[in-house]
Design a protein around this ligand. Structure first.
Ligand code: FES
Length: 124
């Protein structure tokens, strides 16, 4: 009886959160990724949710979502990030558009760095 009451209360709270919009769906939860960049070489790394660009001077993280119609950018050619849908190209070091139809640069994704471990944490 007690367990049934607790279960009913939990179901009610979940329903209340859903109806009021105060609970986030799993797909709305931020994706957190931790990478030890000290172990990565220099280059352009295409991950599932973002693009990491590591050079001597900096580390940058860009969204891999094309700013034209949202396709996933999945190719890098000679320092250019290429969208497979309509051919937009972006400069991998800056995220700026080199060739349309996209008109806006790639979004940068902020990250935090742990100086002790060399890890960066990216929250999308
Ligand atoms: S969605 Fe990328 S170029 Fe159209």
């Amino acid at each position: 009886m007690r367990l049934a009451t607790l279960g009913l209360a939990a179901a009610f709270m979940a329903l209340w959160g859903f109806l009021t919009g105060k609970s986030k769906k799993l797909s709305e939860q931020p994706v957190v990724s931790t990478i030890n960049v000290a172990k990565l070489g220099m280059g352009i790394f295409l991950f599932d949710k973002y693009i990491l660009v590591k050079s001597d001077a900096s580390i940058k993280v860009f969204s891999n979502k094309c700013t034209h119609a949202g396709c996933r950018i999945n190719q890098e050619i000679s320092g250019q990030l290429v969208c497979p849908c309509h051919g937009s190209r972006y400069d991998a070091s800056t995220g700026k558009v080199l060739q349309g139809p996209a008109g806006l640069p790639l979004s940068t994704i902020p990250f935090s760095t742990d100086a002790k471990t060399g890890e960066i944490t990216i929250k999308i």
